[in-house]
Design a protein around this ligand. Sequence first.
Ligand SMILES: Cc1cc2nc3c(=O)[nH]c(=O)nc-3n(C[C@H](O)[C@H](O)[C@H](O)COP(=O)(O)O)c2cc1C
Length: 214
Amino acid sequence: MSIDFGSLREQYGNIPLELEDLGLDPFSAFNKWFSAALDEGVKEPNAMTLATVDDMGRPDARIVLLKELKEKSFVFYTNYSSSKGQQLEQNKYVCLVFNWLQQERQIRIRGEVERQDSTISETYFQSRPRNSQVAAWSSPQSKTIENRQVLEELVSETELLFNDDDLLPLPPTWGGYKVTPYEIEFWQGRSNRLHDRIKYEKVANEWFAKRLAP
Ligand SMILES: Cc1cc2nc3c(=O)[nH]c(=O)nc-3n(C[C@H](O)[C@H](O)[C@H](O)COP(=O)(O)O)c2cc1C
């Protein structure tokens, strides 16, 4: 079967985006758009594409979940020994992309990561369901495994290490990364491909906004 990708064509609505709608602070604007996505029932609105670069300068990307926006940083959790973890240890520059098609919106964030303090990661880890904790202890994320059974055996080994009822401690290779942005762009789909784009840039700790051509 051949799929005619070229004929797929969506006409976007015509909700205008003006700087006045977003305001001068891109973090308040992010919260406003995020709340709208939440209120309108977007599934996993906190799912974002995280783009990284490997040690040969080749881009890589995958979805992770935003778990906190605090002190002007976007926080996600992962395995520090995973492919992304290794890439981030070598190159701290990342891009995050949110895409909420129901609202015809995209937010694009460029910034630098640093590891989150382990005491904060520990607090978050303790708030996770026990099964997620077991998975974090068991999975050698991004490593090759022979088959599914290997993963299930690793889970059984983790279960043997800890008491059934206990919550598990923070694994040594698991925790948060904080992304501190230097650019945040808001994109609103408009009719006839004449979309609106407002981009904020941080210069000497102040945010400046400009409009970009679609
Ligand atoms: C909706 C969704 C949410 C995800 N959330 C996370 C997450 O928060 N942290 C994470 O490490 N992986 C998450 N993943 C899995 C990643 O996309 C990826 O497969 C994994 O982190 C391994 O990536 P890496 O090999 O590039 O390190 C999520 C995947 C999807 C589809």
